[in-house]
Design a binder for this molecule. Structure first.
Ligand code: MUC
Ligand code: MG
Length: 376
């Protein structure tokens, strides 16, 4: 029977450092390569599924690093799952929660590989295992984060010319606000009027800086302001959101279901960024989305610069959400010099398309993965 056929035989984790086309700068880090944990799960029926856990600059964006993930998968999470059936995905999540607290990115990488293996076993796309797709294309957002205004304008115009992206996110908070705002002004002048522009401050500003500068962002035509102050500063964040004419999006402040309930009840934002790495897998992401939807909070498909493997995992999950008002920023495959799959996700008509085929619908490229795999 299915449960027997899908017994988990082996789980392996490798670290992959994939170079990016340019430096990607955030308030708290800057990267020239993306580090992933690449997970393979082999089932009793001989099927192997693949998943990916992404980080940004080591344990700086969140607390997990690829080194810690690999160790925790090998020593704690994999042993808890060997011999269990992959078809019982909720039970598998419980085993992982018993074996390790938090570690959401590591758990999401395994969860993704299990969905891939299960989909391949049943010959269905992963979204079918999550309720089925209600959309198969997503308005795509590209992040501008070199910190060089001239380069960013050129890059944005090139993305529009290629038909890949016409909505943009600009990273703020790594320079002083005046410098950041002059970059933004240059971009605003160069882009077609009415372009959707998201500003992600990655927790860098104080409440006082928000009071002073959020109205300037509004005047510069910003459509959405992401995580302007530190996660956990709930009261200050609620005051900022109440005063802002531009919607505020929660990102680093919401990982767990309890955080989602707390932040949404406190009204620290009216939009929420969803990421598998924050919520610990597809089912939990959907539960967080439900908490948000119950309070009328809009949803945004976030990313952590995943390759087409992790991006496909996100798209299969995002595809099943009844509402996803802001589309997705799954742009990672296009920022890598070489994607980790044989055929990358399709970006066309300013949309990123849900891949077809069983499981995640993408095939890891073993040569590229070997080339960038960290040698121990
Ligand atoms: C974040 O904070 O949203 C996603 C896109 C990007 O440029 O940075 C990441 C993380
Ligand atoms: Mg963010």
């Amino acid at each position: 029977d299915l449960c027997r056929a899908t017994i988990i035989r082996r789980i392996t984790a490798r670290i992959v450092d994939a170079p990016t086309t340019r430096k990607h700068k955030l308030s708290n880090t800057s990267v020239s390569h993306q580090s992933y944990v690449f997970v393979s799960v082999e089932l009793e029926n001989g099927v192997t599924g693949f998943g990916e856990g992404s980080t940004l600059g080591g344990p700086r964006w969140a607390e997990e690093s690829v080194e810690a993930m690999k160790a925790n998968i090998e020593v704690y999470l994999a042993p808890a799952l060997i011999g269990q059936s992959a078809c019982l995905t909720e039970a598998v999540s419980l085993y992982m929660d018993r074996a390790a607290k938090r570690n959401y990115t590591a758990k999401s990488a395994i969860d993704m590989a299990l969905l891939d293996a299960l989909g391949k076993t049943l010959n269905v796309p992963a979204h079918v295992l999550l309720g089925g797709a209600v959309r198969n294309a997503f308005d795509a957002i590209w992040a501008l984060a070199s910190g060089d205004a001239v380069q960013e304008v050129e890059e944005a115009l090139e993305m529009i010319r290629r038909g890949w992206f016409q909505r943009f996110k600009i990273k703020l908070g790594f320079a002083d606000p005046q410098t950041d705002l002059s970059r933004l002004a240059a971009l605003q002048t160069a882009l077609p009027a009415g372009t959707t522009l998201v500003a992600d401050v990655n927790q860098a500003w104080s409440e006082a800086e928000c009071t002073r500068y959020l109205p300037v962002l509004r005047d510069l035509g910003v459509s959405l302001i992401e995580q302007p102050i530190a996660a956990g500063q709930t009261a200050a964040s609620a005051r900022i959101a109440a005063r802002s004419d531009v919607p505020v999006m929660m990102d680093e402040s919401v990982s767990t279901l309890a955080e989602a309930a707390r932040e949404i009840t406190a009204a620290t934002g009216s939009v929420l960024s969803l990421k598998l790495c924050k919520h610990g897998g597809a089912h939990n992401l959907k539960r967080v989305a439900g908490i948000a939807a119950a309070q009328g909070v809009q949803l945004y498909g976030g990313c952590l610069l995943e390759s087409s493997i992790g991006a496909a995992g996100h798209l299969h999950t995002f595809a099943t959400l009844p509402r996803l008002e802001w589309g997705t920023e799954q742009f990672g495959p296009k920022i890598l010099i070489e994607d980790l799959v044989t055929e990358g996700l399709r970006y066309e008509d300013f949309q990123v398309h849900l891949p077809d085929g069983p499981g995640l619908g993408v095939s890891p490229n073993p040569e590229v993965i070997d080339k960038y795999a960290r040698k121990d």
